[in-house]
Structure formats: structure tokens, C-alpha cells
Design a protein. Structure first.
Length: 188
């Protein structure tokens, strides 16, 4: 058996399980087995499975979205901020992200967290694009395209192709730089 593990190790392992086995595979026994601990260790940190899953999702939102966005807000150049957002998006644990999306279709509490995550990701992409494009409708379209790109990638059952996703992301940012978003119909 392993030594003492941290709460954060439980959260990372939970995301690994989600990534590997999906929402249906997220079980107490699986998490403890991967950590090499007994369920007693689990109950040292969590009052029960519902508390763990709630905190797992809160940790996922905080670590994979909220803190990243807060850090990136310090970048004053909106184009570099967008590039960083795309790189972070490409590095997300997409298996876990897709599993959480599937889970959110079954559990309204998970859905509420997923909505908050999506909104935070959209908002930072939108505000960054608005600084560059100076047009609300164009910035909205850019942000939607960027979020849909990553969400769509998470939902696809195709094998992960990071090079293809990076190419698509480059097309998105090239469109931003070249003025192609000027063709977006505007009602401003």
C-alpha cells in the first residue's frame, strides 16, 4: 500500500479514471486501487462519495479553468492571451472533459458546474477577441468558434489527433489576424 496521499491526489486520480474509463468507471474502489490505499484513507478526507464527486468537480473547475483564466488575465497582449488559451485548451485532459460532459447530461449539479466552466472559457476568449476586433459580433463569433472547436473535439469518438487540432486552431487565429472576421454579419 502507498503512504499517505493528499486530497489533490484523489482529485487527479479521479480525473484519470474519468479519462480512462468514463463517468461509468468512476468508482470508489477504482480510485482507491489506483492510489494504492484503502477506503479508510478515502474517508479520512471525504465524508462520502457525493462529497468527493462534488469536490472533484469543484477542483476540476478551479484548477483547469478559474486559476488558468486568472493567470492569463495578467497577459496584456490579447493575441498572446488567445494563443495561451488555445495551448491550455489543447493540453486539457480531453478524456476527462468528455466524461464530465457526459455526466452533466445525467446530473443537474454537474451540468451547473459544466455551464460555469463553459461560460468562463467563453468569456475570456470573447473579451480577448473583442480587444483585437473591436466588434462585439465578430468577437462573439470568434469566441464561439474557439469554444465549439474544443468542445467538439472532446465529444468526438475519433482518435485524438493533436496535430490536426493544432492546425485547426492556427486557422482560427490566422482568421483573427487576417481580418476575415470582418465578414461576420454585424448588428452593432
Amino acid at each position: 500500500m502507498a503512504g499517505v496521499v493528499t486530497r489533490e491526489a484523489y482529485f487527479e486520480t479521479g480525473l484519470d479514471v474519468l479519462s480512462d474509463l468514463g463517468y461509468g468507471g468512476l468508482k470508489l474502489a477504482e480510485v482507491c486501487n489506483r492510489l494504492g490505499v484503502t477506503t479508510g484513507s478515502f474517508y479520512h478526507y471525504f465524508s462520502g462519495w457525493p462529497a468527493y464527486t462534488r469536490e472533484l468537480l469543484e477542483s476540476w473547475m478551479k484548477e483547469r479553468t478559474t486559476l488558468v483564466i486568472e493567470f492569463l488575465k495578467n497577459e496584456t497582449d490579447p493575441r498572446r492571451r488567445i494563443d495561451s488559451l488555445i495551448q491550455v485548451g489543447l493540453a486539457l485532459p480531453h478524456g476527462a472533459e468528455a466524461a464530465i460532459r457526459a455526466w452533466s447530461s445525467l446530473d443537474p449539479d454537474v451540468y451547473d458546474i459544466q455551464v460555469k466552466v463553459d461560460q468562463q472559457r467563453y468569456d475570456i476568449m470573447y473579451s480577448s477577441a473583442l480587444e483585437i476586433l473591436q466588434n462585439h459580433k465578430q468577437a462573439e463569433m470568434f469566441a464561439r468558434w474557439g469554444v465549439y472547436l474544443l468542445v467538439g473535439h472532446e465529444q468526438a469518438t475519433l482518435p485524438r489527433d493533436t496535430a490536426a487540432l493544432e492546425w485547426i486552431a492556427r486557422q482560427l487565429t490566422d482568421a483573427l489576424d487576417s481580418g476575415r472576421f470582418a465578414s461576420v454579419p454585424t448588428d452593432d
